[in-house]
Design a protein around this ligand. Structure first.
Ligand code: PEP
Length: 263
């Protein structure tokens, strides 16, 4: 199925390069990486943003060296709870206290390796936006789901069950990341047309559930083996507003080229 992009001027949306470091780097390695990326990056235009998502232990250190406009630091996950007897968990207020401003929720590795349920993700989405932070909400189908042509159904289910309960105001704090599971860390990228098609579908769902203004304003990132060589073509699609980048965000030169590819 081909979903046509909504007719609008997409220059009003933020264009974003986000680096998900996963469980990589020591704090010192992370600091050096950020310093190198920041010193090698151009000044960002008003509508462009860069997010770093280091492991929890480095967020405070990284936020200290991220002193350039439109560069932000965030967390790869958070607790749905505020405080109390939840051993091993980190709350949004703890994250805010170390200057994190963004949180990724629903990454496929958390869904599959740590059994995150729709209900838990719904709770976490609400917790993040209620804390005033920006939510980067991930969705995406597995290879089997795509091969059985269920990719739209599953992405719709992921959004409806864990994100689209937010109200209109809360949706303004949301960035969606479409990350087909078969493209994450595999070197296989969705073609720009495949990715564009799903992004247009996601935007149409946002329009159906809210309105055209919210749909037009929501940035939708593509994730799955984005690198310096493919970023420009992916980011030039009308509904792709940048990338959530894993492996390539750990290499300064590569991530700088991805930042430069932002429209
Ligand atoms: C990710 O982990 O969000 C990701 C997209 O990883 P990679 O870029 O390595 O495929």
């Amino acid at each position: 199925m081909i979903y046509l992009p909504l007719e609008y001027n997409n220059s009003m949306r933020k264009k974003i390069a986000a680096g998900n470091w996963k469980m990589n780097t020591t704090p010192d390695e992370g600091k050096l990486l950020v310093k190198n990326i920041i010193s090698g990056s151009p000044s960002l235009k008003e509508h462009q943003e860069v997010y770093f998502f280091p492991p929890f232990t480095h967020i405070g250190y990284i936020a200290e060296v991220v002193g350039k406009p439109n560069f932000y630091t965030g967390a790869q996950n958070c607790s749905p709870f505020e405080k109390g007897a939840y051993t091993g968990e980190i709350s949004t207020s703890m994250l805010k206290a170390v200057a994190a401003t963004h949180v990724i929720i629903g990454h496929s590795e958390r869904r599959s390796l740590f059994s995150e349920s729709y209900e838990s993700l719904q709770h976490k989405s609400s917790t993040v936006v209620n804390s005033g932070m920006t939510l980067v909400f991930c969705c995406g189908e597995t290879l089997a789901e795509r091969e059985s042509k269920n990719q739209y159904k599953i992405v719709q289910e992921q959004l409806e069950r864990s994100l689209l309960h937010l109200n209109k105001d809360e949706m303004q704090q949301v960035v969606v990341a479409y990350e087909p599971v078969w493209a994450i860390g595999t070197g296989k990228t969705a073609s720009p047309a495949e990715a564009q098609d799903m992004h247009a579908f996601i935007r149409s769902l946002i329009k159906e559930n809210y309105d055209e203004t919210i749909a037009m304003q929501t940035s939708i990132l593509y994730g799955g083996s984005v690198n310096a060589a493919n970023a420009k073509e992916l980011f030039s699609q009308p509904d792709i507003d940048g990338g959530l980048v894993g492996g390539a965000s750990l290499k300064a030169e590569e991530f700088i080229e991805i930042i430069k590819a932002l429209p």
